[in-house]
Design a protein around this ligand. Structure first.
Ligand code: MLT
Ligand code: ZN
Length: 515
């Protein structure tokens, strides 16, 4: 069998297809590969291995365990799977051929983008039978169209690279998430990511006009239409979006853009509690709902973790508070009306005692410093030890009741637990994250993850919410599906899965619980 190994001779590129020095990926390493040995770590049938090798070439097929390991562990280090190989096709055509070959041999396939899933959605299981199909060599931005306000991008373009490409043309890709430096467009669409701008522009689903995907049998599904209206049968594009790679592998997309904002106002506010944060949101919404670009909530506990564990983060307010809001207003107009709006609403809120302190960014540098404080919450919680994420949504009006009840219930369940919620409060999505008590054995804490998740989900259910708002089901939450989406809903989902993937080869073990 063939084996690939590090080459001293070919030019150095990393797993993102970039030079090692410029790659932001945390697990980036040099992978310049040539065929040199005749042994392999892979369990793939020899005929398949040879066919994949001929198709994908040395940098498109990794079989050495040392090279595949980074693709088999999730960002949170909760899941450690194994795979027979990592396939890295550089085009839709190669991807389709590789999928067809795997399907022919009955080999399970795990699509993977930037590997930033919070729910183990892109990690293979432990059997070592599956191949990971990574999109990280499909990195072309094909076109940016000013008349249609769209961009056509391949699946492996990172969200940050896509945002930068749009910005370079005076446009904006209105999707922003904390992992945007690594998360890739294909994975973002496959999971229907939300993030900071959902309050104004919707989730990934609302931004994708067109899509191309490889189905589990290797057929290419071409839905690359740039139409706002297109009522021609089932909206297959929407079926693929949010399917977490279980129905196919997204290879290219047409994303809607917006004119770049020419004025922007960003403020960080201290408040007494989540109800006050919601009242502030309502005050802005009453004046100009269309100006609200982002409205984020951070609890005092979560903010304290950022302050103590992230180098360079410091709270630019007089004193710590129980709750914070990060407010961003944006407009394509270049006048100063947003500053007036921000000052009017915050001035009144300070006078009423709703906001206890606030700072406004006076420069792009200060704006980025405020956003850095918000975007480091996930990283700070990771550094604080083991944590359990509850990515939930409830109706806006129920958020204060949810946070109060869930906090009390979790504190009763595990004394000393650090309840550290934050999230996209403007669209009803709270990351009700639970950090282990200081000094507790992380394994003992994680052994109770279902007890914690069920406690929180039980309260979410009484408030008509969802147990997964934007992170998906992945493998972490499959066990919740029967009780939340049971009956006709789960039955219909299974029928769709079986129709498109009768052999259950595409991302098996995700979304659906073992039946
Ligand atoms: C974020 O909004 O920063 C992430 O989606 C949240 C998380 O880490 O739970
Ligand atoms: Zn989030």
């Amino acid at each position: 069998m063939l084996r690939f190994t590090l080459s001293q001779t070919t030019p150095a590129i990393c797993i993102k297809g970039r030079t090692h020095a410029t790659c932001p990926a945390p697990f980036c390493k040099i992978l310049t590969l040539t065929k040199v040995f005749t042994m392999s770590d892979t369990s793939l049938p020899p005929a398949l291995l040879t066919a994949l090798s001929d198709l994908l070439g040395p940098s498109g097929l990794l079989t050495d365990a040392g090279d595949t390991e980074a693709f088999c562990t999730d960002w949170r280090m909760l899941y450690h799977g194994r795979c027979a190989a990592v396939l890295r096709p550089a085009s839709t055509e190669d991807c389709a051929k590789a999928v067809a070959l795997c399907a022919e041999h009955g080999v399970p396939m795990v699509p993977q983008g930037g590997n930033t899933s919070m729910v183990g959605g892109a990690t293979p299981d432990n059997s070592g039978k599956a191949v990971v199909i990574s999109t990280n060599r499909m990195t072309r931005v094909h076109t940016i169209d000013h008349a249609d306000l769209t961009m056509t991008v391949e699946a492996g373009v990172t969200l940050k690279a896509a945002q930068d490409a749009a910005a370079a043309e005076g446009l904006m890709l209105p999707l922003s998430i904390s992992s945007e430096g690594s998360a890739e467009i294909g994975g973002i669409l496959a999971t229907n990511a939300g993030g900071n701008n959902t309050v104004r522009y919707g989730n990934a689903r609302e931004l994708a006009l067109g899509l191309e995907a490889v189905l589990p049998d290797g057929q290419v599904l071409n839905l690359m239409r740039r139409l706002r209206k297109d009522n021609t049968g089932y909206a297959l594009r929407q079926l693929l979006i949010g399917s977490e790679g279980t129905l196919g592998l997204i290879t290219t997309a047409i994303i809607q853009l917006q004119p770049a904002p020419r004025s922007r106002e960003t403020a960080l506010c201290a408040l007494a509690d989540p109800q006050a944060v919601l009242n502030l949101f309502a005050a802005f919404r009453k004046q100009d709902p269309a100006a609200i670009q982002a409205f984020e909530y951070m609890s005092g506990t979560s903010m304290a973790l950022v302050n103590s564990l992230i180098e360079g983060a410091s709270l630019p307010l007089e004193a710590p508070a129980p709750a914070y809001a990060l407010v961003e207003l944006g407009s394509p107009r270049a006048d100063d009306s947003l500053r007036t709006l921000m000052e009017d609403v915050l001035g009144q809120a300070l006078e009423d005692g709703l906001v206890t302190d606030a700072v406004l960014a006076e420069s792009e540098g200060q704006r980025q410093a405020l956003w850095m404080i918000r975007e480091e919450h996930a990283e700070a919680q990771k550094r604080a030890g083991a944590s359990v994420k509850n990515d939930v949504s409830v109706p806006l009006s129920a958020i204060p009741e949810f946070i109060t009840k869930a906090t009390a219930a979790c504190e009763a369940l595990i004394p000393g637990i650090r309840v550290a919620p934050f999230g996209h409060i403007g669209d009803g999505n709270i990351h009700f994250n639970l950090v282990q008590p200081e000094g507790m054995d992380p394994k003992a804490f994680l052994a109770q993850d279902h007890a914690m998740m069920d406690t929180v989900a039980g309260i979410v259910r009484t408030l008509d919410g969802s147990f997964s708002a934007e992170h998906g089901v992945g493998q972490l939450k499959t066990y919740m599906m029967p009780s939340w989406r049971g009956g006709a809903e789960l039955d219909a989902m299974r029928k769709i899965k079986t129709a498109l993937d009768p052999k259950n080869l595409m991302n098996p073990g995700k979304i659906f619980p073992e039946s």
